[in-house]
Design a protein around this ligand. Structure first.
Ligand code: ATP
Ligand code: LTN
Length: 326
């Protein structure tokens, strides 16, 4: 069975872009692959953060992941910092990645521009991500479109390491869904919906109340003209709503447009589909949130399972690199 690995940062509320672009896919892959999913808390440290918020966000993110359908009995679900091999392997990845390769990463450019403080780790971030993926002999990495470049870099690092030091890492590939691969901000439909950018009205969170979801979608920015048609270049706002409606109802954005004539009807249909999709997720989340100790136990079990694979890969990498045995 193929090994699948993916990660999500505990940097704020989970939003529709995360869900439609990546998480829905994570859920369905559980039954078709040996799936390993990680709350990547170390990646959240690359920007200044509040410790209490990080702790709460990490726990809550794990609970959201279980609420959307990840089953700790059918996949491995754990927190990155609980498995020390991630940081250890990241150093080796930094030694294998070229400076010029890291400098070309667009996520670094986007996240560093205009910031008062840019950490060194924000620059080397993709090396930690490569470590996450390569530690698990991963074949496939389900992610949104924005992560394609990081997965390509991970492949290049794996190939380079294997050529230099002998076969050590499996070379992974990205798996990117067509529908929902890039959900855009409802207020700025040419920028991706994102939890850390300051656009609360443009971002629908999975835990938003139905009335809030409705308000955000009804106030979303549409385009000039009045025709409902999927055309991301000419009609970014309308196309984004069609992509959301399509992904929420399991059809293509083009099909989602069938029978909808007016912008108002498109907004109403999209709001209703999203609210219905979120209802069972929110119910399950509130049950889980009532018993944080149980989530803690599930995550500890997940970390034990993950560590077994990660430590075997690290042992192989150490030996091939010529690090003296302890
Ligand atoms: P941040 O805003 O802090 O960068 P993020 O919202 O991009 O965070 P991540 O934790 O970085 O979220 O990403 C988790 C997964 O969600 C990744 O696979 C990513 O590709 C996907 N994803 C994030 N935003 C979108 C989006 N707008 N559309 C589709 N997929 C997305
Ligand atoms: N960089 C990713 C999050 C991430 C990830 C990973 C995704 C960290 N490690 C490993 C897939 C596999 C992001 O910003 N969305």
């Amino acid at each position: 069975m193929a090994r699948v690995f993916s990660g999500i940062k505990p940097t704020g509320g989970v939003h529709l872009g995360n869900h439609l672009g990546a998480l829905q896919n994570w859920v369905s892959l559980q039954d078709r692959a040996d799936a390993v999913y990680c709350v990547v808390d170390l990646h959240a440290l690359t920007v200044p953060h509040d410790p209490d918020e990080l702790r709460a966000a990490t726990l809550s993110l794990a609970q959201i992941l279980i609420a959307i359908g990840l089953d700790p009995d059918r996949c491995t679900l754990f927190v990155q910092s609980h498995v020390h091999e991630h940081s250890e392997c990241a150093w080796i990845m930094e030694c294998t990645a070229a400076f010029g390769e890291l400098r070309r990463m667009t996520q670094f450019k986007d996240k560093s521009e205009g910031s008062d403080f840019v950490s060194g780790a924000l620059f080397t971030y993709p090396a930690l991500q490569a470590s996450d993926i390569l530690l698990y002999d991963t074949n496939q990495v389900p992610v949104g479109e924005d992560q394609r470049q990081h997965i390509e870099l991970t492949r290049d690092i794996a190939v380079r390491f294997n050529n230099r030091y002998g076969d050590t890492f499996v070379v992974p590939e990205a798996v990117i869904p067509e529908a929902g691969a890039r959900v855009m901000d409802l207020q700025h439909p040419t920028a991706k919906m994102s939890k850390s950018d300051e656009s609360p009205q443009g971002t629908v969170l999975l835990l938003d109340e139905p009335s809030v979801v409705e308000k955000k979608i009804k106030r979303s920015v549409t385009d000039s003209g009045s025709e409902v048609r999927y055309d991301p270049a000419e009609k970014p706002g309308v196309s984004n709503l069609l992509a959301i409606l399509g992904a929420a109802t399991g059809q293509s954005p083009q099909r989602a447009a069938d029978g909808i004539e007016r912008y108002g009807d498109l907004k109403a249909a999209t709001a209703e589909a999203v609210i219905e999709m979120l209802r069972p997720i929110q119910e399950r989340y509130h049950e889980l949130a009532a018993d944080p100790a149980e989530t803690g136990r599930l995550l500890a079990k997940g970390a034990d399972k993950a560590r077994q694979v990660a430590s075997a890969t690290m042992a192989r990498a150490r030996a091939n690199l010529g690090l003296l045995e302890a």
